[in-house]
Design a protein around this ligand. Sequence first.
Ligand SMILES: Cc1ncc(C[n+]2csc(CCOP(=O)(O)OP(=O)(O)O)c2C)c(N)n1
Ligand SMILES: [Mg+2]
Length: 554
Amino acid sequence: MTIDVATGIVRILKEEGVGWVSTFPVCRVNNALGRERVPMLMMRDDRYAVAVADAFSRITGGSRIGVCTFQGGVNAAGMQYAYAGMAQAYEDGSPVLCITDGVPAGASGNSQYDVASAMKTVSKWFGYLDKPERTPELMRRAFTMLRSGRPGPVILAIPNATATYDETADPYRPVKGWKSAPDPADVRAAVDQLLQARNPLIYAGEGVIYAGAAEDLKALAELVNVPVITTLKAKGAFPENHPLFVGVRGDQVAHYLNKSDLILAIGSSLSPGRFSHGIPDPAKKTIIHCNVDELHVNKMYPTAHAVIGDARLTLQALRQEVSGRTSGAGRKAGDVAAEVKAARDQGLARYRQVMNSDETPINPYRVYGDLMEVLDLKNSFVTHESGNTRDQLSTVFDTLIPRGFLGWGNVSTLGFSLAAAIAAKKAFPHRTAVAVTGEAGLGYMLGNLEVLLREKLGITVVHISNGGFAGYGPGFWGPGHDPFTHRVLGPDEVDMSKVIGALGFHTERVSEPAEIIPALRRALDVNASGRPAYIEFVCCQYPVYGQWVGRGEG
Ligand SMILES: Cc1ncc(C[n+]2csc(CCOP(=O)(O)OP(=O)(O)O)c2C)c(N)n1
Ligand SMILES: [Mg+2]
């Protein structure tokens, strides 16, 4: 049967299990989405259209692919704005599918902005549908890229969505996605080293979550009796109430990174960035790098052994090898758990103290502590913003299930938390979803708050309202910056709870520590009936949090 390209794409999306598509108008594939009854989640700008789909892929660990559409072609205004969302998805390695209008043949000289080259810089793969009958081929390729190997965004540009082709000529079959198992010799070499090490440390990255390998990570850590740290993006890959869990950041993590003689990295690029650790004295450590591809091997640090393959298959192979060598007994190594507990207690003491603080303005840690008390940590989703909420929550927030908390941002683009909370509600409608933000993140999300009301998305936005960019306070960036790039109108001048209340949110403004828990409870109650909530907590600026370890530190 002859169909048009847009319809073909949408039918393939349905076959691939895509249940909805986020968008900001206009993209010609949207007509077919409407005709074929695939719901569109219309965001209020193109960056958020990408970010919601991106976050959906992250939160589901790539098991359900987020898809978005935005304006492209010769009038690529949408794409220029969507670029920010794509760049973040690419930076963080998120398997999101972006569909846009392509520049038609003969029109490539119409604009200054070169769509194809721009998109290639922020995608794992860029497909240009130059012939209608290639629709199944390009969609197959796209889903292969999305479901196999190192995750990353894929973009499809459709220059002529109304062109037709014969749907029966090349019937589409959903793409499974493929994994690879590591070379057994590499596994043996890794286990040789691991069993010889005195102070090994497991360094777990987000690849563990994408591989669905959280259970396997736990099983290996327990078998070899080795402490575990996770990256920001992998927060939750290992249960944070587990006796072997050290942390994401802070003194106790620094202690273990410094002390370790062997790092078993799994599912992490080991890239020392703005929001990750460096490996101190790497030449004095044995680095075993387990990764899905070779891109990151020998990148910043000398890799002693690489184990290339899917994280789950790798963890299983390592476990089997250790088991075989030790007759199932694993590695004996003294009372590792007691040492971890002592290091955590010491590292976290000063935060635990302020988590109980009665001071006013409220200490932000008190809000986080109370939030942990109110939430069912096995049935909720929390995410941070760029700024102090990232730094503080990633220091103290206990995450018990994968994606109970979404850490994001090798570089963290302000405003992503709202997209993440929306995606979490779409992925797990019965989990409570909370985005914790400062005023900068809130500024980015304001235009998109209407979506929550229209779509009846019961999400709570927690605003740590401290009247400024706390991390940018006096002295931080050197003289001249402060107060010009630090102070904004704060709770004394603007009542954001009234502003957002006028939109239709349930809102509250809380100044008393004793009111935090009741206010959060009311917000979550309201959320259960599909109404969003915004709670402004009038807080002090308290730029205190666990540090990342630099590369050179010894
Ligand atoms: C798109 C983007 N631009 C700039 C930045 C740099 N940036 C990071 S945090 C921040 C300010 C955060 O202030 P606020 O939201 O008030 O949070 P606080 O630290 O006070 O809790 C800025 C400007 C960024 N992360 N993303
Ligand atoms: Mg602030």
